[in-house]
Write a protein that binds this ligand. Sequence first.
Ligand code: GLA
Length: 404
Amino acid sequence: MVSPVDAMRRTFAAAFSGAVPTRLSRAPGRVNLIGEHVDYCGLSVFPMAIQREVRVAFRPRLDGLVRIHNTGPGFSTCEFIVEPDPAPGPTGDWGNYLKAAGQGLVRAFQVSRGIDALVSSDLPIAAGLSSSSALVVATALALLDANGVEIDRPALMMLLPEAERYVGTQGGGMDQAISLGAVAGTASRVDFNPVRVTAVPVPAGWRFVIASSLASAEKSGPAQVAYNERTRECAAALERVAATLSGTPPRSYSELLSRPNPDEWLRSARAVLAGPLLQRFRHVVSEAARVHMAQQAMERADLEAFGTLMNASHQSLRDDYGVSTGALDELVRIARGAGAVGARLTGAGFGGCIVALCDAAREEAVLGALGAEFYTPRNVCDLGDRLFTAEAAGAASVGSLAGA
Ligand code: GLA
């Protein structure tokens, strides 16, 4: 039986004329438990890193060339020079995530050495589990390592979201922060401006089941326009409400939410917002409150309360934020019917996955019902990447391949 690391060595040698990789970076994906579509508003989120990850086996080069192969099916090899303004490939091209990491680091640190690298991943792609940010994080750690640059995690958590916007999605900072800052066995509240990661142990006996809607959520593809539109709508809603308030106008949602008299801005919002802007605003401010209540529920191991908040989050994402789909709603329904205390879409939506919370005693029933009621009727038998229980993983790392 060939170990995954030996398999990477062999594939690397085949791709790079017999060369040997010396280093390995790895970055976990994440499941967001609650706090959806609020990170780009600067508001706290509550994700958990998962056991599935992106691995980059690499060796530093002396020049600035980056050559990256991918063991996944359908990926072409990507080659580029580390430079501040690389020409992007077509929208959706995976190489754009590599270039995103490269240009972000060149701008911040003048890194000049490239890498020969091989990417392998067991993280489902475009599933709302942050495969793209995990790729950016793992690539960035590899490039920093190859250049001998040391940077503390919070600084990298600030730099990489900005770098990733190179691909055209105006994303927030949740995915990079949890991949870089997770602690095994815990979920985390992530705050922004400045970014902080606060670990909360996941109570024994809680199970988070992930189930794919079988529709990909290409945030750098078709969903990009809808995602970016949401970010603009949130900003526009805040601006309108802020303009009506007495005193110094709040410049961010956090400033708005921390004003002493919430009734004042709630009244203003109802007066000046209508249609989608009112709905987006309602989602953002209600989700912000749910994140804090969910953290407290996990701290006191209150499964029911956490699940109820997840259900409210899904409803808000479906009805006010418009990012759910029929398949996601169906998965949520099945999971709850089988005994999950809560279930919601996770990640950006528009496809991707749901996350369902249940007690360990209900785990098999929830997995079984999702299999029998959602996948079997669709003739989907290979469930390995589509239906699994998340394990709370630790943070991204880089080190010797020999020690991996
Ligand atoms: C994507 C983005 C995140 C976040 C989520 C929605 O995963 O990368 O920054 O906005 O969508 O919560």
